[in-house]
Design a protein around this ligand. Structure first.
Ligand code: PEP
Length: 251
């Protein structure tokens, strides 16, 4: 039985005032969290502030991005894995579709970031997912396999014991359109099946989150699917009541 894992991706949202407000709500409601693992990923500059506001050990910290380069150096504007670790980050989102589409991150760069995170002892939350055009052209499985294979080639299948996968159909992110629970389950089973070909035990254990307009109203049904092990939550993670309702939806 896999433990559910829900992570909040705050994206580039927040101010000291709004984060204080959100954290106050999360601290208050955190007592409702049961066995589900929970993490929040604030913008890098607010990670320390969010940690200072955090008054519960039920919520872990993560980051939204990481430098490829494993060590400190002349990399203007970047944040290293060791720096994130120094500020208590246990997780880092890697390969989010916004970073792929807006910042042109390639599978190879994403794979290098996964290598760097693993070396530093930070768990990557590796995002994979297809655009609507790719789905409609019948290329869903090819796209997901290509994204996954780039990582498998870089770190090997056994490393997936220390990697969380987030299946995020690009057409469902921030659009209010959720994949139906059946559509999501189908892709999650495909991902697990791809890993199982290489190592069935690792595939059975790997956490595969669903992401894309998850809300309190649809989380329960999504998380009840056999291969959906929680969610990566964007918009709804900015509201304490909604986020905690999602974090407790599978319990
Ligand atoms: C995300 O940012 O990863 C995401 C899934 O966003 P939203 O929940 O807002 O669709």
């Amino acid at each position: 039985m896999r433990q559910l894992f829900v992570a909040g991706n705050w994206k580039m949202h927040g101010s000291k005032a709004s984060i204080m407000n959100l954290m106050t709500g999360l601290n208050k409601k955190s007592a409702e969290i049961g066995a589900t693992k929970v993490a929040i990923c604030p913008p890098t500059i607010y990670i320390d502030y969010a940690q200072k506001c955090l008054a519960t050990d039920k919520i872990a910290l993560g980051a939204q991005n990481i430098a490829i380069e494993p060590v400190q150096g002349a990399f203007t504007g970047e944040t290293s894995a060791e720096m994130l670790k120094d500020f208590g980050c246990q997780y880092v989102v890697i390969g989010h579709s916004e970073r792929r589409a807006i910042y042109g991150e390639t599978d190879s760069e994403i794979a290098q970031k996964v290598v760097t995170a693993l070396k530093a002892g930070i768990t990557p939350i590796l995002c994979v997912g297809e655009t609507l055009e790719e789905r409609e052209a019948g290329n869903l499985e090819k796209v997901i396999s290509t994204q996954l294979n780039a990582i498998i080639q870089a770190v090997g299948i056994d490393a997936f014991e220390r990697i969380v996968i987030a299946y995020e159909p690009v057409w469902a992110i921030g659009t209010g359109k959720t994949a139906s629970s059946a559509q999501a389950q189908e892709v999650h089973a495909f991902i697990r099946g791809q890993l199982a070909v290489l190592n069935a035990a690792v595939a059975e254990k790997v956490i595969i989150q669903y992401g894309g307009s998850v809300k309190p109203g649809n989380a329960k049904e999504l998380f009840a699917q056999p291969d959906i092990d929680g969610g990566l939550i964007g918009g709804a993670s900015l509201n304490a009541d909604d986020f905690i309702a999602i974090c407790t939806a599978g319990e």
